[in-house]
Design a protein around this ligand. Structure first.
Ligand SMILES: Cc1cc2nc3c(=O)[nH]c(=O)nc-3n(C[C@H](O)[C@H](O)[C@H](O)COP(=O)(O)O)c2cc1C
Length: 186
């Protein structure tokens, strides 16, 4: 039996509870038991990028992070904007992938969920194109005013946002199916 497709979802927020994490958890529920959907919440566990350490023996946490990306059928990044850019911890993690080909042709979905977020969203697109990720317009989603989209219990209450996330999800599944008609692991 072929292995299930695997999604590696990177949360750009290092908080234990955040709107960005909740968005990924909302998508995780869509995947039911048909896909493996792993949420990575440990950007803070990666060392600061240092070209001197990016040789033959990079730090173990970096190797593990790269392996998760390489092994995934697709990667989703969901991030807030910090001072009109990506959070430093997310940018740091992406810097550790530049010397590799882990993102080359990798189906990617890019969500920026923030108060405003337009600059970070633009920057994320440029970075991901530069490192070879595969995505089109329908695989990008900017959610502005994100904190107001949840109720007091942390449930996504905004129907428009739910619909946009569902559309994004369908498009992302199609992208993975298009690039890997069967599981890449089978
Ligand atoms: C250091 C810092 C800088 C921020 N800068 C921006 C910014 O430039 N643009 C923006 O939209 N939000 C900014 N924010 C607000 C966050 O994006 C906001 O918390 C967002 O809703 C993220 O949601 P979450 O933390 O619940 O995942 C900033 C927050 C922090 C902590």
């Amino acid at each position: 039996m072929p292995e299930m497709k695997k999604i590696f979802a990177i949360c750009g927020n290092t908080l234990e509870v955040s709107s960005n994490l909740r968005i990924l958890q909302f998508l995780q529920k869509q995947s039911e038991s048909k896909l493996v959907f792993e949420i990575f919440q440990d950007l803070a566990g990666l060392p600061h990028f240092n070209p001197a350490l990016d040789g033959e023996n990079p730090p173990a946490a970096v190797l593990a992070f790269r392996e998760k990306i390489a092994d995934a059928t697709g990667v989703i990044i969901c991030t807030p904007e910090y001072v009109f850019s990506l959070p430093g911890s997310l940018k740091n993690a992406l810097e550790w992938t530049v010397s590799t080909t882990v993102f080359d042709q990798k189906p990617c979905g890019l969500i920026t969920a923030s108060a405003h977020g337009a600059k970070a969203h633009e920057s994320l697109e440029l970075i991901m194109r530069t490192i070879g990720a595969r995505f089109e317009e329908q695989h990008r989603l900017l959610i502005q005013g994100v904190k107001g989209k949840f109720d007091n219990e942390g449930q996504l209450k905004d129907e428009v946002t739910k619909a946009r996330l569902n559309e994004f999800w369908q498009a992302f599944i199609q992208l993975m199916d298009q690039i890997f008609p069967k599981s890449p692991h089978s």
